[in-house]
Write a protein that binds this ligand. Structure first.
Ligand SMILES: Cc1cc2nc3c(=O)[nH]c(=O)nc-3n(C[C@H](O)[C@H](O)[C@H](O)COP(=O)(O)OP(=O)(O)OC[C@H]3O[C@@H](n4cnc5c(N)ncnc54)[C@H](O)[C@@H]3O)c2cc1C
Ligand code: SF4
Length: 446
């Protein structure tokens, strides 16, 4: 163990330089050609393939796997991109173990699905490395669509609109496009600046301009956009963060997990990034797991994830939970934050209440509490819509949309995390952005 790991409080440089490199290396190194052939050869090319049905973007999986097997990776990439223009990112971040690979007949038969995600990455990497573009911009229609949010939903929507010949301007509040692909997804899932390369690949079709540093609600309003453009798509994600509702949560050392992850993703030198010696992460979803795992990879000596219900109710998949445990994260269940303990204004611990379900099924503190010593607390208890809708109807905390992505506002569509009907995954955001673009196109040319 290096000395740095024992530095008290929140400190940078807990590890040796080479440990940062190995800790944050690609989670799944890509297939080489031979490995891709061997894996593709395991596919049964099923009729009515269940893997395809399980894919939110309905990629023709048996077809692209057959194309890989016949040494046609570019054909495979085209098959993937036809349905999902962010197929490169989805190959890296999709929870395939809950989607296509869970449905694969080889999973049911032998517990070893075809590695569809890895094959998708192989094919899309070949096409993107060679910068092969499969789609061209449609004949100019003279229609101009505004998109707010350059995340997966906004980018997928923009690409499809450009294929139909419409001009698109994307506005994004952040300095870089990509949404959570750039600022949220764990470092080791998408290293090497892939998110920006993908933005460039998607927008290379033409007809799409991106204006960063432009915020809806500050720099312009929705009525202004609808007055100026032929249609508007909102893909603004979930920018707000739920409060802990525990005493002392404003203390120095209590941070939003999502901000920590964004800082980590933008860091040019991971050794300069401070992290607590003992870290507690409150939450049970993907953000909590990513914050906990990356805290450990930055050299935190002890990382404890605290969730108020049981393992089965956690939003993080069994796969993600196992990954956290494998990295040394201690997951503690049926505990909720009660009070952040500080000394001299700095976090030194957290008091947690034991929780249980009462006879009516409501979650209640049992009255018993416990203390965990820590220097840093990350809040990861869910993201919220950071907008009042600016005139469009909200339902259940999200922008209400119909099956085509239409909101209650005339000429306004929405998709991705900010809209109802999704499940807060990159691939669903892509599907909703793409499908909203088809609906917008029908409206514009109707
Ligand atoms: C920490 C974390 C890890 C995740 N890991 C995974 C994973 O491994 N796999 C997976 O499938 N999914 C993962 N997700 C979920 C996934 O990232 C999202 O579902 C997906 O990014 C949603 O895409 P989106 O386009 O709807 O929104 P976002 O990606 O959030 O993009 C929204 C964009 O809108 C911009 N914006 C917001 N408000 C405004 C405004 N008022 N004006 C202008 N622009 C605005 C933002 O700057 C942002 O660029 C993760 C999420 C988080 C938080
Ligand atoms: S379910 Fe599995 S074996 Fe069947 S087509 Fe899909 S990947 Fe191939």
């Amino acid at each position: 163990m290096g000395e740095g790991i024992l530095k008290d409080g929140i400190a940078a440089g807990r590890l040796a330089e080479n440990q940062y490199v190995s800790n944050f290396a690609d989670l799944h190194p890509p297939f080489v050609e031979h490995e891709a052939f061997v894996e593709a050869d395991r596919c049964y090319f099923c009729y009515d393939a269940p893997c395809q049905t399980a894919c939110p973007t309905s990629i023709d999986i048996p077809l692209f796997i057959r194309e890989i097997l016949t040494d046609n990776p570019l054909g495979a990439a085209e098959t993937i991109f036809e349905q999902n223009i962010l197929g490169g990112m989805c190959a890296r971040v999709c929870p395939t173990e809950q989607l296509c690979e869970e449905a694969c007949v080889r999973e049911a038969a032998e517990g070893k699905p075809v590695k569809i995600g890895m094959l998708q990455r192989y094919a899309t990497d070949v096409a993107m490395q060679q910068d092969v573009q499969f789609f061209t911009r449609g004949a100019e229609t003279g229609k101009h669509v505004a998109i707010v949010g350059a995340g997966p939903a906004g980018l997928a929507c923009a690409h499809r609109l450009s294929m139909h010949g419409h001009t698109v301007t994307i506005f994004d509040a952040r300095p870089k496009a990509g949404g959570l692909n750039e600022y949220g997804i764990a470092f080791y899932k998408t290293p090497g600046g892939f998110a920006q390369r993908e933005v460039d690949y998607v927008t290379a079709i033409g007809g799409i301009s991106i204006e960063t540093g432009k915020t809806l609600g500050q720099d312009f309003t929705l009525p202004e956009l609808t007055a100026k453009y032929d249609a508007v798509f909102l893909g603004i994600g979930l920018g707000g963060v739920n409060a802990l509702r525990a005493d002392g949560e404003d203390a120095d050392g209590v941070d939003n997990a999502i901000d920590f992850i964004a800082t980590l993703r933008q860091a040019s030198d991971l050794s300069a990034l401070p992290i607590g010696r003992r870290v507690v992460v409150i939450g049970g979803g993907m953000t909590a797991v990513d914050a906990a795992v990356q805290s450990k990879l930055l050299g935190a000596e002890e990382v404890t994830m605290v969730y108020r219900r049981g393992k089965e109710q956690m939003n993080a998949s069994g796969f993600e939970q196992d990954r956290a445990a494998a990295k040394g994260v201690n997951i503690r269940l049926w505990l909720a934050p009660k009070r952040v303990i500080t000394t001299g204004g700095k976090v030194t611990g957290i008091e947690l209440s034991y929780m249980a379900l009462d006879a009516s099924g409501a979650l209640k503190p049992t009255g018993e509490t416990t203390l965990v010593q820590c220097d840093q607390v990350f809040k990861a208890i869910g993201q919220t819509l950071a907008s009042d809708g600016d005139g469009v109807a909200i339902a259940g905390g999200k922008i209400e949309v119909d099956a085509e992505g239409r909101t209650s506002g005339a000429k306004v569509w929405a998709g991705g995390d900010c809209a109802t009907g999704g499940d807060d995954l990159t691939v669903t955001a892509v599907a909703q952005g793409r499908d909203a673009a088809e609906s917008i196109n029908r409206f514009l040319i109707g």
